[in-house]
Write a protein that binds this ligand. Structure first.
Ligand code: AKG
Ligand code: FE2
Length: 224
């Protein structure tokens, strides 16, 4: 399942991130890529040792964790600290698959889900689409500032060359409480449906039964 979420963070936080990133120091993105991805990765990343960068990525991660749709779709158990990336004219990130296991300050985690939070508007650059190779074929995404795309880390994907302007994004990874994508999708659908039932009719017996099934499937499938 690939999910796009608009306005995933408050506008005020988005503009603070934008101004901090305008003043931040950047390093060569190849430093954080695996050996094969390094051969096709051409971007810059905000130096993760800067206190403002550390504070903002933590603030962003908690805003994401609080977002109901992100929570329902990802069910994150662990998250890798976010990275802020910048693609200037001529930069791109060729086809690659993300590393299956990544290091975090709390130890190693499995990457089930990858996400990109777009930090500047598509009008600010030409090219720079995120292209994901899925069973439905190749799909391209170029979302408004503040929108996020969540996709399976198992996919081959790339960032097309930026031919004009500058692309800014935060990228991250999550290990889910539910490892299997199909199971995550069933839980997402059930949760969506019970919320729709609640909105339409309140806490009915149907809502209670959907909640019971959701909770019991989660008991069966979750690692916590
Ligand atoms: O910037 C993006 O949209 C994705 C970047 C990416 O694939 C990565 O950092 O592994
Ligand atoms: Fe990637």
């Amino acid at each position: 399942m690939i999910l796009c979420i608009d306005q995933v963070i408050p506008a005020e936080l988005l503009s603070r991130v934008q101004s901090a990133l305008a003043d931040a120091a950047y390093r060569d993105g190849r430093e954080t890529a695996g050996w094969h991805a390094r051969t096709v990765k051409q971007n810059e990343q905000a130096d993760g040792r800067q206190p403002e960068v550390i504070a903002l990525r933590e603030e962003l991660a908690s805003a994401l964790q609080r977002h109901p749709l992100f929570q329902m779709a990802a069910r994150p158990r662990h998250m890798k600290p976010l990275m802020f990336s910048r693609y200037k004219e001529g930069m791109s990130y060729g086809n690659h698959v993300d590393d299956a296991i990544m290091a975090t300050p709390q130890g190693a985690m499995r990457t089930d889900l990858s996400f990109t939070l777009f930090l500047n508007d598509p009008e600010g650059y030409e090219g720079g689409e995120l292209l994901i190779d899925s069973t439905a074929g190749e799909q391209t995404y170029k979302l408004p500032a503040g929108a996020l795309i969540l996709y399976p880390s198992s996919t081959l994907h790339r960032v097309e060359p930026v031919t004009q302007g500058e692309r800014l994004a935060a990228v991250g990874w999550a290990q889910s409480q539910v490892r299997e994508p199909q199971q995550r999708e069933i839980l997402f659908d059930l949760d969506t449906t019970r919320r729709q039932e609640f909105e339409a009719n309140g806490k009915t017996h149907t809502f209670d039964m959907l909640s019971k099934s959701l909770a019991n499937l989660l008991r069966m499938w979750a690692d916590v």
